[in-house]
Design a binder for this molecule. Structure first.
Ligand code: OMP
Length: 229
């Protein structure tokens, strides 16, 4: 039973995603549907995954005016997803609206906010006008997220230990940018291995290409799960 591993289903079509998950059971991993697959296959596909017993993280990173984000969060919650996210950079009023929009659900999804994308480094952050380090910006956005009553954040595992200390044990830390030793870094900048991420205090790790591009994805999933025991 995997409690930490979220696999990113970054496929161009529902058929390719379904082919990929055929050998998987909900005990192997949690599934993440992101922008590419969602735009191609829509809410019915998400519902199908939920109905087949998988925990689903709907990763659409909402970032809009508060009223629009609140409505989008409710539409996502109505699909029965286990986790969903917004961008912390949307600001306190947007975060508050997102959190409040889920208050009436009997079993609301876990709501987290993206801090600084794991594909960003100091130079890229600077180019957006943020002159602090990625760590300082992650710290600030995590505190803002917690103040507005969300469950946790998306950050890099390089910030997990710092945020575990700042926000305590119950704050959910979802960490993409995970690269088992020997796998390609691709466009990720702030990376860590699965074991190191666990050690640092991550609640969940998100892994995409190192699994989806492997010749035997199930073997990689099993080896990551074994390394997390
Ligand atoms: O919200 C996310 O899931 C996310 C946030 C972030 O800062 N960085 C990040 O990589 N992700 C997602 O995590 C997955 C990482 O995929 P790989 O780089 O292929 O392992 C992708 O689906 C990204 O969209």
């Amino acid at each position: 039973m995997s409690e930490m591993l979220i696999v990113a289903l970054d496929f161009p079509t529902a058929d390719q995603a379904l082919h990929f998950i055929e050998p998987l059971s909900p005990d192997d991993c949690i599934l993440k549907v992101g922008l590419q697959l969602y735009v191609a296959s829509g809410p019915q596909f998400v519902k199908r995954l939920v109905d087949s017993g998988f925990k689903v993280f709907l990763d659409l990173k909402f970032h809009d005016i508060p009223n629009t984000v609140a409505g989008a969060c409710q539409s996502a919650a109505d699909l029965g997803v286990w986790m969903m996210n917004v961008h912390a950079g949307g600001g306190p009023v947007m975060l508050d609206a997102a959190a409040k929009s889920l208050a009436s659900y009997e079993k609301p999804p876990i709501l987290i906010a993206v801090t600084v994308l794991t594909s960003m480094n100091q130079a890229q952050l600077g180019a957006t006008g943020v002159s602090t380090s990625p760590e300082a910006q992650v710290k600030r956005l995590a505190a803002l997220t917690a103040e507005q009553g969300l469950d946790g954040v998306v950050c890099s595992a390089q910030e997990s230990a710092m945020l575990r200390e700042q926000q305590g044990q119950d704050f959910v830390l979802v960490t993409p940018g995970i690269r088992p030793l020997g796998s390609e870094q691709g466009d990720q900048q702030r990376i860590m291995t699965p074991q190191d991420a666990k050690q640092a205090g991550s609640s969940y790790i998100v892994v995409g290409r190192p699994i989806t591009a492997a010749t035997n994805p199930l073997a990689v999933i099993k080896s990551i799960n074994d390394s997390l025991r």
